[in-house]
Design a binder for this molecule. Structure first.
Ligand code: PEP
Ligand code: MG
Length: 903
């Protein structure tokens, strides 16, 4: 690297030079040189054809703003020296009339901010140097076209003259002189336009266009640093959480020309297909053009490969056909870059008179499908390890692969946006009630259930619907949790919706839709569209399975599923769940026939009455458990005792109350009185969980009996041991646990005696209250303490933050806008607050019982960042909706690999 070493003096090094075969920087210096600068240096080191240039560091950007938008003293000599070195490399001189050096001045921060900051090309042209360019290139038209492009860009970006001023001049000229296309204009015409441009600049700014090339360069450098704070860039940084303090670097690089005639071109390429991941070059180019022509979309670029051209039925030749030598050279460069960066690259290049020049390389953005394919292929090609392949894929995107997705190319009309509550896209006719959903489903119609919010009574309608849309409720509202569990797409909390169930209308702004009108929801983005938008079906390719298998090799955290029905359980197994971590038994009661027995039980005034009703529920609940145990084979199944407040099972509307009273053969007034009796101001903190079971222990008795009898039957059918895990919800005190554990143990003893064989089972508790975290040691201590703890982080978040799960949506949107919450705490666990209590709970629980099993079954079990947290906190398993199981498997593997790399 000796050839371009700059002399050192007292000023810090602010300028880093690169030229083919040598560079002062490298790919690791992204913070100082920005992504573009670091990668140009790296490509130069690799001996790739990079036009020589230099990078002014991001540090200078900081100084520029600290010094009231002026560049530091001492930068000048470093830039001059670097310019001289570029001149030596190219055999040209900056500002020389005989042999002028022209440069491009580009921004380039640490993180890519495409199109947000400014670029100036062809800098170094003036009335004298343009004649040298014309003479040396032997092409007057090219020289004057370049000069007018430069004046236009410089005038706009550096001098602040609106680009429309130049466009108007050019359009007028063409109109007056009978030209249709820029390509029809020759050197003489461009000279006239240049004169008009210069006059316009003088009129607008009061000063002539700068002829001094040094003044041009410093103006451009200042403008690029200045563009770091332009409104576009500031907004982009806010949206992508890029700190203002990073600053941009400025890259000054010898110009190469893609517009030097028909053996020149400019193009962009991906080394693999960014949409499918297939290992094929993908991209486009324009003959006789400069970079901005591709972006401006004035001409339609052509595909790079012959295959892509044939597929697109493009009559124009591909680069492979038109310039085979340049194409072959690019192919070999792409291979070198992939080996070096060990990833798919996104590239900009120029071909000048048949010679290839590289202008940029960086890791390319890609779809999840492509990310999986590329990661697996790179590992199989031996470029990366399997563990690296596992780290390359964003687990959050996995759900995209498991559901139909909206066809991104399709035309669509956006109606409104809500929360992306359960992934997948679905189209169907609007229905406003669950009964209607079920009816239409039976008639073979796809429906979208639209409700202000859903309640447990809607289960059958939710099951019957292709998708669910609610106007209220957050990411852990009933609709969201149940839909995710079922794998039904759902958009919740779409606050702009106005639902008039009586009139059968749904309005959003001025749009009024009727029941039966078709809409499409996208549960991955929260968007709601009018009509049926075309969709793509999920493709679980072999690559997906292979990557997940590699993930499982690295993973230590177990992954179970939250499953309440045989359908969920089968889905969970298909996605590789290692058991059921939460079966919410209440969901089994909402079936039309079962709910009547439940209501009878709730309305009974005596224990005997309740027991009579429970006796009707017992066989159905037992049958459900047998099926679940059978499906899960020998995998663990955790069953939670009844949790929600009883009023959730009772009807609400007058019409329904009357119907239920009639079915139960009781006076309507009596039913109403019972409903009133059960009403609570804050049911989330009321008669639910262990409190309900302590108040009505006969419910626990029935459920324990159903579980044990089912286990005995399933053991017979499977010929294997079934050891149920029974879990008590919403416990704060050891005493609560002891009372209910006593009830369950006594049922177990009775059944053990009846069956002649002692039962094998585990008893645990959910941790959903701050007191339970603090007292986890007490809850688990001794042989009769809890065998396992399962953190119910939905309720724990609600109780620690004092924030209602069902009323959080409007608060969350205000709080995210103000930055109070970085993430919705019901989606990604609040690691500092709720997380601290979780850590305390695990620690104290294990202190008292070292063999304690610890799991989590809140919605956070399917969130990658939360999964990493649970891994670090020493959990045994996470449990999440079946459709999130692959996400959790990958996230758990990544957490394990990252922890290993750190240690
Ligand atoms: C929880 O609170 O995290 C939990 C899993 O229980 P539910 O969502 O049923 O309240
Ligand atoms: Mg809970």
């Amino acid at each position: 690297m000796a050839a371009v070493e700059l002399s050192r003096d007292a000023t810090p090094k602010w300028v880093y030079v690169f030229a083919a075969g040598k560079a002062e920087g490298n790919a690791a210096m992204i913070d100082l040189l920005g992504g573009k600068g670091a990668n140009l240096a790296e490509m130069a080191c690799l001996g790739l054809p990079v036009p020589p240039g230099f990078t002014i560091t991001t540090e200078v950007c900081g100084l520029y703003y600290e010094n009231g938008k002026s560049l530091p003293e001492g930068l000048g000599p470093q830039v001059d020296q670097a310019l001289e070195l570029i001149g030596n490399e190219t055999g040209a001189v900056f500002g020389s009339e005989e042999n002028p050096l022209l440069v491009a001045v580009r921004s380039g921060g640490r993180a890519s901010m495409p199109g947000m900051m400014d670029t100036i090309l062809n800098l170094g042209l003036n009335d004298r140097t343009v004649t040298g360019l014309a003479r040396n290139s032997g092409d007057d038209r090219f020289a004057y076209d370049s000069y007018r492009r430069f004046i236009q860009m410089y005038g706009d970006v550096v001098l602040g003259v609106d680009h429309t001023v130049f466009e108007d001049i050019l359009d007028n000229y063409k109109n007056l002189n009978g030209f249709s296309y820029d390509t029809e204009l020759g050197a003489k015409e461009w000279q006239k336009i240049i004169a008009l441009y210069k006059k316009a600049i003088e009129n607008e700014t009061g000063k002539p266009f700068p002829q001094d090339t040094s003044e041009q360069l410093w103006g451009a450098i200042g403008a690029v640093f200045g563009s770091w704070q332009n409104a576009r860039a500031v907004t982009y940084r806010r949206l992508h959480a890029i700190p203002d303090s990073w600053g941009t670097a400025v890259n000054v690089q010898a110009m190469v020309f893609g517009n030097m005639g028909n053996t020149s071109a400019t193009g962009v390429a991906f080394t693999r297909n960014p949409s499918t991941g297939v290992n094929e070059i993908y991209g486009e180019y324009l003959v006789n053009a400069q970079g901005e022509d591709v972006v401006a979309g004035i001409r339609t670029p052509q595909p790079l490969t012959a295959k892509a051209r044939r597929e697109a039925e493009d009559p124009n030749p591909s680069l492979e056909e038109e310039m085979p030598e340049a194409f072959a050279q690019l192919e070999s460069i792409f291979a070198t870059l992939e080996q070096r960066y060990r990833d798919m690259q996104d590239i900009e290049f120029t071909i000048q008179n048949g010679k290839v020049w590289m202008l940029q390389t960086r890791s390319g953005k890609r779809t999840t499908e492509a990310a999986v394919r590329i990661a697996v292929d790179l590992a199989e090609e031996g470029i990366i390890t399997r563990e690296e392949a596992v780290l390359r894929v964003d687990p959050g995107g996995f759900t995209q692969l498991l559901h139909p997705t909206i066809d991104s190319d399709a035309d669509k009309e956006l109606l409104t946006t809500g929360l992306p509550a359960s992934p997948g896209a679905a189209a169907g006719g609007i229905v406003f009630t669950s009964d209607e959903a079920e009816k239409q489903k039976q008639q073979g119609r796809d429906v979208i259930l639209v409700r202000t919010e859903t309640s447990p009574e809607d289960i059958h309608g939710m099951h019957a619907s292709a998708g669910i849309l609610t106007a209220r409720g957050g990411m852990t509202s009933h609709a969201a949790v149940v839909a995710r569990g079922m794998g039904v797409p759902c958009v919740s909390g779409a606050g702009a919706l106005r639902i008039n169930e009586k009139a059968g209308t749904l309005s959003v702004g001025k749009n009024v839709l009727q029941a039966g009108d078709v809409i499409t929801i996208d549960g991955a983005t929260g968007r709601v569209y009018a009509g049926a938008v075309p969709m793509r079906q999920p493709q679980l390719s072999g690559d997906f399975a292979r990557l997940i298998a590699w993930a499982d090799e690295a993973r230590v955290l177990g992954v179970r599923a939250n499953a309440d029905t045989p359908k969920d359980a089968k889905q969970a197994r298909a996605f590789g769940a290692q058991g059921i971590g939460l079966c919410r038994t209440e969901h089994m009661f909402f079936d039309a026939e079962r709910i009547l027995a439940m209501r009878e039980m709730i309305c009974a005034t005596t224990e005997d009455g309740r027991r009579a009703a429970l006796a009707k529920i017992l066989p159905v609940q037992r049958a459900d458990f047998i099926e679940l145990f059978e499906i899960m084979d020998e995998l663990p199944v955790t069953i939670r005792l009844l949790d929600p407040p009883l009023h959730e099972f009772l009807p609400r509307e007058e019409r329904e109350i009357e119907a239920v009273a009639a079915a139960l053969a009781m006076p309507t007034e009596k039913l109403k009185a019972r409903i009133a009796e059960l009403a609570e101001f804050n049911p989330m903190l009321g008669m639910r969980g262990s409190r309900l079971a302590i108040r009505y222990p006969e419910i626990t008795e029935m459920q324990a009996r159903a579980i044990f009898e089912a286990a005995i039957e399933a053991e017979k059918r499977l010929g294997a041991v079934v050891e149920p895990e029974i879990m008590i919800p919403l416990v704060a005190y050891r005493h609560e646990f002891d009372i209910l554990a006593g009830v369950i143990r006594s049922v177990a003893e009775t059944i053990g005696r009846e069956s002649g064989k002692p039962l094998s089972y585990k008893l645990g508790t959910m941790i959903e209250l701050p007191r339970a975290c603090l007292k986890a040691g007490e809850l688990t201590a001794g042989d009769h303490g809890a065998d396992f703890l399962s953190f119910g982080t939905n309720d724990l978040t609600q109780t620690v933050l004092g924030l209602s799960r069902d009323d959080a949506a409007p608060i969350l949107s205000a709080y995210s806008a103000q930055g109070v919450y970085e993430e919705d705490p019901f989606v990604s666990i609040d690691q500092e607050g709720v997380g601290e209590l979780v850590r305390i709970g695990v620690e104290r629980g294990r202190e008292a019982k070292p063999a304690l099993k610890v799991g989590i079954c809140g919605e956070h079990g399917g969130d990658p960042a939360s999964v990493a947290f649970f891994h670090a906190a020493g959990f045994d398993y996470v449990s999440c909706s079946p459709f999130r199981v692959p996400v959790a498997r990958l996230a758990a593997a990544q957490a394990a690999i990252r922890a290993k790399l750190k240690s």
